[in-house]
Design a protein around this ligand. Structure first.
Ligand code: GDP
Ligand code: GDP
Length: 437
């Protein structure tokens, strides 16, 4: 089970800089327009063979200079509810501020491991000032310079040492795990109630060891799957229930632990930035996708034209990944509720698809021959054969070529499209690797 690390602290202490360093994403946040990637929210970090997710709690506010102190407190509280470890960042040049004291007070109450990090310790003189932060009551700070990377190795050693080991939930192999995700009020609780509501005893709770279990088993009507719990299904936090930050934090764990994500979109609102944020977490984790346009009962004009408009709009927003099913449903009237489950099941099967090497080459080689990779610098590029890799998380294909470095993205996409045209991989991401033969 993946671990989640949250970075908290006042604005301008360097949260986003540290986030970028840990996740090694250099993409600046250029725009907060609806739908643009705000990559500073969520990323992956690997250190000494341990992988964990990192969330920058400051990544959710558009202008962090104007953020209210109350808002920061809320975010810290949410972080302590959802994360496995908290990095509390302070600015070594500023000394201890009142807000630092407030945040420390919240953090001293949690049972989570908290690591105090004194940032902007760019040289030794500044390290000397760091001692002052001891009075926050969270131990000695780790001095780092997020901007240059100084001290981050020691910090990461400490993070990995304090992360809990996997919590060993006993799940049966080969049973799909579905997560219902989406922004607040999209209808997640309603659709889950529509699946399991009237007959709660078809659902088995799985004992978790370290925190409340997030899995329930559903076994009825020819379906057998684990439902991975997400925002507000069990405990809808009254204060924070509708905050985007809260819902995204709650989605992360569900997405990471699922095979297929059922992304709920509210038909009355269309696809918005919040939906895209969740979609990006799904993509970053290579999960399969079913999009549900919920509240379809509220759409009066259910003509094919309207359906097509919805479909096109959704696929355009999620491009280049467009090969996923969209189901128009209503959790309220239960229209197409089972279609949602059926589709999720199909998508799960796509994810597990195995294509034999002979068949794969029989189909792909003539297509490649008819449309070979463009030659570069007078050199012919030849793909000799291909195969699907065994035991991968998602379908992964290797194409063996004489000069793999000259096969570029457009051709890779061509190969992916041809595979998708010839086999059913709907909803599943796939990998294409080009290797030297
Ligand atoms: P956030 O609001 O907490 O996310 O802070 P940012 O990461 O946006 O950083 C605020 C400012 O501090 C930016 O101008 C950064 O370049 C600067 N900064 C971040 N880390 C360091 C550091 O280690 N040393 C120095 N000197 N400046 C830093
Ligand atoms: P969540 O925050 O994603 O769990 O959303 P809820 O399931 O709590 O639903 C939010 C609101 O939308 C509630 O008032 C629901 O009754 C309503 N709702 C959910 N699904 C539907 C639907 O298919 N049709 C209509 N008309 N209302 C719905």
């Amino acid at each position: 089970m993946a671990n989640l690390v949250a970075i908290v602290g006042r604005p301008n202490v360097g949260k986003s800089t540290l986030f970028n360093r840990l996740t090694q994403s250099r993409q600046a946040i250029v725009s907060d327009e609806a739908g643009t990637t705000r990559d500073r929210q969520y990323g992956k970090c690997e250190w000494n063979g341990r992988e964990f997710s990192v969330v920058d709690t400051g990544g959710w506010v558009v202008n962090s200079d104007d953020i209210f102190e109350e808002e920061i407190r809320k975010q810290v509280l949410i972080a302590t509810e959802e994360a496995d470890l908290v990095l509390f960042l302070v600015d070594v040049n500023n000394g201890v501020t009142d807000l630092d004291m407030d945040v420390a007070k919240i953090l001293r109450r949690t049972k989570l491991p908290v690591i105090l990090v004194a940032n902007k310790a760019d040289d030794n003189a500044q390290r000397y000032y760091a001692a002052e932060f001891y009075k926050l009551g969270l131990g000695d700070p780790y001095c780092v310079s997020a901007i240059s990377g100084g001290g981050t190795g020691d910090l990461l050693d400490a993070v990995v040492a304090k992360l809990p080991e996997g919590n060993g939930e006993l799940l049966e192999d080969g049973i799909p795990r579905f997560a219902v995700v989406g922004r607040p009020n999209a209808g997640k609780s309603s659709i889950i109630n529509a699946f399991i509501g009237e007959d709660r005893n078809i659902v088995t709770e799985i004992a978790g060891t370290t925190r409340d279990s997030i899995y329930t088993r559903y076994d009825k009507f020819g379906f057998d799957f684990y439902l991975v719990d997400t925002a507000g299904i069990r405990r809808k936090n009254k204060v924070t229930g509708d905050l985007e930050f809260y819902s995204v934090m709650r989605s992360i764990r569900a997405i990471e632990n699922s095979d297929v994500c059922i992304l709920m979109i509210d038909a009355t609102r269309g696809i918005e930035a919040q939906d895209m944020n969740i979609f990006q977490i799904i993509q970053k984790n290579n999960k399969s996708l079913v999009v549900v346009v919920n509240k379809w009962d509220l759409v009066e004009d259910k003509t094919q034209k309207v359906i097509d408009t919805f479909t096109t709009a959704i696929r355009n927003r999620m491009a280049p990944f467009t090969d996923f099913p969209i189901v128009f449903a209503s959790a309220l009237t239960k229209q197409r509720i089972f279609k949602v489950l059926e589709t999720a099941k199909d998508v799960y099967l796509s994810r597990k698809l195995r294509i034999g090497t002979t068949k794969l080459n029989e189909v792909m080689l003539p297509l490649i021959e008819a449309y070979p990779p463009p030659s570069i610098k007078g050199k012919y590029i030849k793909i000799k054969y291909c195969s699907q890799l065994p035991n991968t998380q998602i379908p992964s294909f290797v194409f063996y070529a004489n000069l793999p470095q000259y096969i570029k993205e457009p051709y890779r996409r061509f190969l992916e499209n041809k595979i998708r045209e010839n086999w059913t991989l709907t909803g599943s991401p796939i990998n294409i690797f080009i290797r030297q033969k």
